[in-house]
Ligand binder design. Sequence first.
Ligand code: FMN
Length: 326
Amino acid sequence: MPVLPPKNRIWNVLKSKVSLAPMAGVTDYVLRSMIRQYCKNCLITTEMISSEFLAQNRNQTDILMLDNSHHPIAYQICGHKPYMMQDAARRLSEVADIIDINMGCPVRKVVCGHDGSALMREPELAYDIVQAVKEGTTLPVSVKFRLGFTASEMNYVEFGQKMQEAGAEFITIHARTRSQMYSGKADWTKIKDLKNSVDVPVFANGDINSVENAIECIEQSSADGVAIGRGVLGDPTLISRIDHYFNTGEILPAPSLKDKLEIMKNHLAQEVEIKGERVAVKFFRKFYPYYISGVQNASKYRGVLVKEDNYKTLQEYFEQIERELV
Ligand SMILES: Cc1cc2nc3c(=O)[nH]c(=O)nc-3n(C[C@H](O)[C@H](O)[C@H](O)COP(=O)(O)O)c2cc1C
């Protein structure tokens, strides 16, 4: 007889009702560390890690970098070959608290490789993957998926039930279809059907970018918690503020512009330390629009920031921005 994991052990890992959603090229070691700095308990998730990539580059991925403070952390794996996913799970179990399986990525290259949201069209294969992953780890296994592949293929309820049957202990659902990619608005009301059809915790995801939004999403979805992706861009404190609300009922103010500029400087400084100046300065360009969004003359500042290669010049320019705006 197989030894079944204790029911609800997932709640030993999900200590908060908020999690950081995985974002490739965004939720790197530094951002994960920052989220943890503000929120002690929330689950944080790595960027997706291709099981094939892991098999080929066994010791060459900085995605695996972990600080002890990062726990509880889910390592997200992506792929469609059960044995390879099992191997990835086995390896990542040394560092992870949850193994999360990506069944929602809409990117063409990923979908054409039968990975990500393509698995929603192949529930039997998705089932086999969850089972194989479970055989590779004693950790809880979770899945992240969307409403379906297209509007006429919204199979998220049956799909979720099947994943639970295969052994998934936790679900994050992005309330859009694959065809929507990131367009339109996430339909949180749909999540209720899933929540009412499975026993495992369900976290709602998509377009939650304020504490008020998180409250509304829980009201509309009845979800057990929320997963935040793009909402942390320009505001890595958001998750901690949502967590604070869930724990106390108090809504803390969003960071002021001065705070945001301070966080931005600190974020870049840590990226420089980890990635080195040349790589970090280029990598960081994607973050400026979020940190300075809504400020007067934002496009002028952005135009300068995204062209500058020199870290010292950038630091001087940050001071200038602060003098002009704060
Ligand atoms: C730049 C970017 C990278 C992403 N990478 C991943 C990924 O690696 N794995 C995954 O499951 N979802 C990924 N997503 C999807 C997010 O986790 C999330 O489901 C989606 O952005 C909707 O939530 P949000 O509105 O809170 O951002 C990514 C999204 C973005 C914008």
